[in-house]
Design a protein around this ligand. Structure first.
Ligand code: ATP
Ligand code: MG
Length: 336
């Protein structure tokens, strides 16, 4: 079982990333052989950004990986741009991914309408690079949040089309989306997902927020009409709080509903705020202890990149060979 996932070093990581991403990455560490987690800096340059800040955010994210419980010996942890096979494979895959598909992607549509200046062609190409990230490792499983389901379909189609056109080479990966917490919603605007780019400041709970700020954000969360604490399509705000509380406790949302029967929204908001603040506090503390040693992080990243390259390079060589790009591998050196 090869597990792969990537996460952008854009902005500051939030509770949605923690639940849809980190929690699943840590769980995947038990099952993956190997589990591979990548800081996808090349995805972060598809919207407006500051070069110096991007570098800082890469260290922030790596320290958060470790603080959340990822172990650089058990998992392969690395930075996307260190392994150039990703960019090469993305170009090769562009020959099996239709332009029409990319044009229809929700992420492209949402982010391109928000972009005030130039919409970069890289934003359109994002799912192609993401397909390369995963397919380069012949990964079986990709832990992500619900918002990435569409991009997973693109890479699955790409692998199938590639195999039909050029011969069986790539593995068709499965998305692994959590049962609860797959789409954590913005606390101030529960019609939208909690997001790094484009959420509301007060509706976004950051993993590194101080406990008091976390409690305050939950206290001010938007709730819905009615008074019952139950999940439902007409209650996005309350459903979101119920799910978050369940995940933070490692329990079931139905138990939360039973527990809060007959109680008010205010009680629920206080309970979620307290629970999440306590849950994230040790992560924040570990993070601050790790973040200052950038040299140590570079050493670990270099080691991770070397292990990643050793896996990706032979796959990309096979892709190249199957596509007739470059000399036949049979003619260069001993039989492959
Ligand atoms: P952006 O809004 O710029 O796309 P992001 O917050 O989605 O940023 P990513 O790095 O794109 O961050 O996503 C990292 C992981 O977090 C992905 O697996 C994604 O599915 C997951 N994720 C992001 N937002 C949420 C959310 N609100 N609920 C659950 N999972 C989420
Ligand atoms: Mg995203």
């Amino acid at each position: 079982m090869i597990i792969f996932s990537g996460i952008q070093p854009t902005g500051v990581k939030h509770l949605g990333n923690y639940i849809g991403g980190f929690l699943q990455y840590v769980a995947g560490q038990e099952r993956g052989d190997p589990s591979i987690y990548c800081i996808v800096d090349l995805h972060s340059i598809t919207v407006e950004y500051e070069p110096a800040v991007l570098r800082e955010r890469t260290y922030d994210l790596f320290a958060l990986f470790i603080a959340a419980g990822l172990d650089p010996e058990r998992s392969v942890l690395f930075r996307q741009s260190d392994v150039t096979e990703h960019t090469e494979l993305s170009w090769l895959l562009s020959s099996v991914i239709p332009l029409g598909t990319l044009n229809r992607m929700h992420q492209f549509r949402d982010k391109s309408t928000r972009q005030r200046e130039m919409v970069r062609s890289g934003l359109l190409f994002y799912p192609v690079l993401m397909a390369a990230d995963v397919l380069a490792y012949r990964a079986n499983e990709v832990p992500v949040g619900e918002d990435q389901r569409e991009h997973l379909e693109v890479m699955r189609d790409a692998a199938r089309t590639f195999n039909e056109r050029y011969g069986e080479t790539l593995v068709v990966p499965e998305a692994r989306i959590p049962q609860v917490g797959a789409r954590v919603l913005d606390l101030q605007d529960p019609t939208r997902k909690m997001s790094t780019t484009g959420g509301t400041e007060q509706g976004t709970v950051y993993v590194l927020d101080e406990p008091d700020d976390i409690r305050r954000k939950f206290k001010r969360a938007q709730t819905d009409s009615g008074r019952e604490i139950v999940r439902g399509p007409d209650k996005p705000g309350v459903s979101n709080l119920i799910e978050i509380l369940a995940v933070a406790r490692g329990g079931d949302p139905a138990d939360v509903e039973r527990e809060f029967e007959g109680r008010g929204y205010g009680d629920l908001k206080t309970a979620v705020g307290d629970e999440v603040a306590d849950w994230l506090a040790p992560v924040r503390e570990r993070y601050h202890a790790l973040r200052s040693d950038e040299d140590q992080m570079e050493t670990l990243l270099a080691d991770g990149a070397e292990r990643a390259r050793a896996m990706a390079a032979p796959v990309v060589a096979e892709v190249r060979d199957a596509m007739g790009v470059g000399p036949s591998r049979r003619s260069v050196g001993p039989a492959a």
